[in-house]
Ligand binder design. Structure first.
Ligand code: CO8
Length: 258
């Protein structure tokens, strides 16, 4: 399918989705969010895709929601349109792992979009921020909740109240990004990580994703029970037998998603 605000390339079972509105530093407008929800759902259905990488340009992952598109909206409009909430929900309901590869600015809705992915690898040039406070508003697609869960209350408050940016080193140190890589290697390194994930059993990666995400939704005891049941259920798959037999036979496992 052809998109106007992003591109999709599929290689080695990894879909690389690039946001592509360079004239606005990949600011998220309704067209981009609609296309992104469609592209991720498409990748989720596509048998040639086992992991997804979402990225932007070297200068910006995304500089936030499109301020031009939003500025004149009324309270009634933003309430009835419920902007971007359906799109973010569609993206977070994708079963396959999604890695955000962040270079340059990930601000406002851009930071929120990166956090809605499963984990973030960033370039040493990355700058994260929730500067909505400077526009007289606050984060609107999960930032106050997700950033707080990533980095804790103190740093999250600091970011949301002052609008300051966090650099790559601080993002890694505080748990927002899982790894920092040199900017020139961001895509190659992230694609290598995605290819590694793509080699695993799709049933197991989806179960791992679901169980980790559960940690944000429930109590420890419920989460542990959920994990235990998922672990036990995986013994009904051929991939569990293949994975364990391959280890014992000292060979590479050949997972077949069964
Ligand atoms: N929206 C629209 N256009 C943008 C945005 C944006 N968020 N960010 C940058 N642009 C445009 C600029 O207007 C400019 O366009 P033009 O050349 O036509 O004037 C072009 O991109 C290049 O930008 P700059 O010239 O400003 O580039 P600089 O390198 O000087 O600065 C910055 C880069 C620091 C990233 C700067 O552009 C900036 O501060 N941008 C805005 C960042 C921001 O405030 N983001 C938060 C937006 S609000 C938000 O995300 C709310 C999320 C929740 C929404 C939920 C919906 C309900």
């Amino acid at each position: 399918m052809a998109y106007q605000t992003l591109t999709v390339e599929i290689e080695d079972y990894v879909a690389l989705i690039r946001l592509n509105r360079p004239e606005a530093l990949n600011a998220l407008n309704s067209q981009l969010m609609g296309e992104l929800a469609e592209a991720t759902a498409d990748a989720d259905r596509n048998e040639k895709v086992r992991c997804i990488v979402l990225t932007g340009s070297e200068k910006a992952f995304a500089a936030g929601a499109d301020i031009k598109e939003m500025s004149e909206k009324s309270f009634v409009q933003v309430t009835t349109e419920n902007i971007f909430s359906a799109e973010i929900d569609r993206i977070t309901s994708v079963r396959k792992p999604i890695i955000a590869a962040v270079s340059g600015y990930a601000l406002g809705g851009g930071c929120e979009l990166a956090m809605a992915c499963d984990f973030i690898i960033c370039a040493d040039t990355a700058k994260f921020g929730q500067p909505e406070i400077n526009l007289g508003v606050i984060a609107g697609i999960g930032g106050t909740q997700r950033l707080t869960r990533f980095v804790g209350k103190s740093k999250s408050m600091d970011m949301h109240l002052t609008g300051r940016f966090m650099d790559a080193a601080e993002a890694e140190r505080s748990g927002l990004a899982s790894r920092v890589v040199p900017a020139a290697k961001l895509i190659s390194e992230t694609m290598a990580i995605a290819r590694k994930i793509a080699e695993k059993s799709l049933i197991a990666t989806a179960a791992a994703k679901e169980a980790v995400n559960r940690a944000y939704e429930t109590t420890l005891a419920e989460g542990i029970l959920f994990e235990r049941r998922s672990f036990q259920a995986l013994f009904a798959t051929e991939d569990q037998k293949e994975g364990m037999n391959a280890f014992l036979e000292k060979r590479e496992a050949q997972f077949r998603d069964r």
